[in-house]
Design a protein around this ligand. Sequence first.
Ligand SMILES: *[C@@H]1O[C@H](CO)[C@@H](O)[C@H](O)[C@H]1NC(C)=O
Ligand SMILES: *[C@@H]1O[C@H](CO)[C@@H](O)[C@H](O)[C@H]1NC(C)=O
Ligand SMILES: *[C@@H]1O[C@H](CO)[C@@H](O)[C@H](O)[C@H]1NC(C)=O
Ligand SMILES: *[C@@H]1O[C@H](CO)[C@@H](O)[C@H](O)[C@H]1NC(C)=O
Ligand SMILES: *[C@@H]1O[C@H](CO)[C@@H](O)[C@H](O)[C@H]1NC(C)=O
Ligand SMILES: [Zn+2]
Length: 753
Amino acid sequence: MISQNIIATVVAAAVGLLVGGLIGHLGTKTVSSSDTEKISIMEKLVADKWESEEHLNHKIIDMVNTDNLRNNLMELAKFPHLAGTERDHQLAHLIHNRFMKAGFDTADLVSYDVLLSRPNRTNPNLITLEDEQGQVIFTSAYQEKSLQKDDSDPEFIHAFNAYTPAGDVRTEAGRGVVYVNYARVEDFDKLEELNVNVSGCIVIARYGKIFRGNKLVHAQERGAKGMILFSDPNDVALEGVEAQDVYPNSWWLPGSGMQRGTTYMGDGDPLTPGWPSTAQAYRLKIEDADLPKIPCQPIGYDDARVILEKIGGTPAPGDDWKGGLTGVAYNLGPELQDRYSNYTLRLNTHNVLQVHRSYNVIGIIKGEVEPDRYVIVGNHRDAWGYGASDPSSGTAQMLETARVLGQLISSTGWRPRRTLVFCSWGAEEYGLIGSTEWVEEHVDKLKERAVMYLNTDTCASGPIIHVPGSPLLWDPVTAVMKMVPGVRDGATVYDEWKAYQISQNVTTLKMKTLGSGSDYAPFSFYCGIPCVDMWFRRDKNKNDISIYPSYHTGYETFYMVDKNVDPGFRIHQGCGRIASLLLKYFADSLIIPYSLQHLPEAMKDALDTFKKSGTRDKIIRIYEKYTLLEESLTNFTDAAATFERELEEKRTKNLDPVTIRAINDQMMKLERVFILPAGLPGRPDIRHAVFAPSQFDNYATSGFPGISDLLHNIEELNETERLKKEEEIKRHISDLTIMVQRAVSLLKDFHMI
Ligand SMILES: *[C@@H]1O[C@H](CO)[C@@H](O)[C@H](O)[C@H]1NC(C)=O
Ligand SMILES: *[C@@H]1O[C@H](CO)[C@@H](O)[C@H](O)[C@H]1NC(C)=O
Ligand SMILES: *[C@@H]1O[C@H](CO)[C@@H](O)[C@H](O)[C@H]1NC(C)=O
Ligand SMILES: *[C@@H]1O[C@H](CO)[C@@H](O)[C@H](O)[C@H]1NC(C)=O
Ligand SMILES: *[C@@H]1O[C@H](CO)[C@@H](O)[C@H](O)[C@H]1NC(C)=O
Ligand SMILES: [Zn+2]
């Protein structure tokens, strides 16, 4: 960290030189007003406002206000605001007005016409059990029960899984239903081992562990004709299912809570993969879009019980297949129990695909020295319902951050060195659509100019801060967490984070890299822009659950957050303080505060994982030149260390504005070196060769995903296919080695090619 003294010296020296030069040049003449102007320009160019205006940081911490945050959330989560609806559009205007009121230079509504999916309002999706006379014995619910006034809006969207087709499928009498646990690959493998064939069946799976889109793909690949997804009490109601144990009396999910959500496996508008959905853009035919083929419907655990308790056939193979419904055996099927041998199960859905207009709101505070360098913050606006945690807690924060930085401008005359960009994305829940379309429209500018992207979806869903991101951002994020007062009992958020890591038996304190699942994806995985995703989430020491219980249900209300998640709004406040300071840190620092050495370090960690798992031996047998990738990474580690050491040294001397800019660009472009123009093998929209989720579980993170993807199931291929795969692996590893060598080269002295 560079001290304030050094900066003061740099400025004084720079100004001194300039003045000295001018005086020398002008002889005895007095300094003219034009010279004074030159001096003031020079002062601006070399000022480090993050260091020299430290008092503003304290001011920011004081300004982030819990009452404002609570009021913001109350307004944002008052009504359901599904993507492309009237309320979603109203909120876009509200956010636009707030940006303008905060004193932003510009704020614009940017629209895209995109393919969305909705259930039929007058013809709800139903799951029924019928007896031999065709008498309906049971009909599933398509709406949550209203449990208090906050959750009783008649406009609330009925339960459905977006982009699954309309369909009407039924089983034979007495058979054809299979319980598939979490519908992971290993679950289907187990079923095969037990000779339970899901082909032609309706499968029923619990939510959790992996992305629901992957569950549906797995079921579809194995020939299932329909899928039912349910939330199991073991994942959403760990303290009991009675009224006193669940919402509104706790954060746990009641029996009628249903998790909505997309099943689309790509990102962006399904009709314009890889290009923006602007008015003039070419669009695929709907039947050519890569959408799910079998019907799928979510239900709550009250309804799941009615179906599950009737399944007979093969018993559950172990406790890890049993959920928390008391009295239910979690049999696998495919037969129903004898006394239900004349029952058929029917899944009848009426989802509709339709093009809707979706808005992004883009607000700008223009940078005064480097307006063409962008420090970006974003969160989506659309929700499956009230969306009090996801995304409105993040938006409540973003509005407060906008107000605070705006007030800093009006009350102190501050202006960031670089441009700040605030983004409220539309249609994220359907597949990161608003952010992806915008990035696709502006990809060249963003690749050239974006310094970092901060994503703040779901600020408050639990008490524990989680900030996965690019290794280049780990140190600056840590530095900011150390400045911000704790949201519970810790002195700072950093102290709380550290204590939690230790309680989780984490031995080396490190941040994590990004998985999939929110709007940072196009910035990071498509453009290579350093990204960080900030949220406060569940305490795994208390409950090791996949996601907070009310996620995407009718009970994710303001009431829930106000009473059960963040009473007092200190979590929101922590979120707002970190966001404001992190943005200012990146916008105002003279030298962009990337932590360079963590990039090769994290890459080395990924290779170490290959070593530990035996994957390295497998790779070496295919391609012995893998060792060159390891060697190049050692070179990269050395190059990054040298660069940082020399930078420290340079910073003690006078740096002219051109050199400052050139150093910053060198660092800013570093992660972008790892973008493969044609994408990862078989995945044109995922281009980050180092940090991106693997193809076989959209939620998981792994380093070098191309390697893991290519190795996936390679043993099961026949000779011809395997040899083809091996050639691909060789080429991919060669590509990776070349990219690392390019990174080493980028860090050399400017004149060295
Ligand atoms: C919804 O269902 C009703 C009744 O079956 C039908 O008349 C209507 O066309 C459907 N709406 C859409 C948008 O498909
Ligand atoms: C599963 O059933 C389908 C359709 O009845 C059949 O084609 C397939 O071979 C079966 N698979 C196994 C592994 O028995
Ligand atoms: C199923 O239906 C058949 C024919 O209607 C009947 O003979 C049989 O008793 C029924 N079985 C049960 C378990 O209800
Ligand atoms: C690593 O650096 C050394 C020294 O500059 C160089 O000779 C070697 O070729 C580099 N290795 C790779 C794989 O880039
Ligand atoms: C190997 O598998 C591929 C794809 O499954 C198939 O098209 C091909 O005919 C197989 N080749 C041989 C020699 O079995
Ligand atoms: Zn979200």
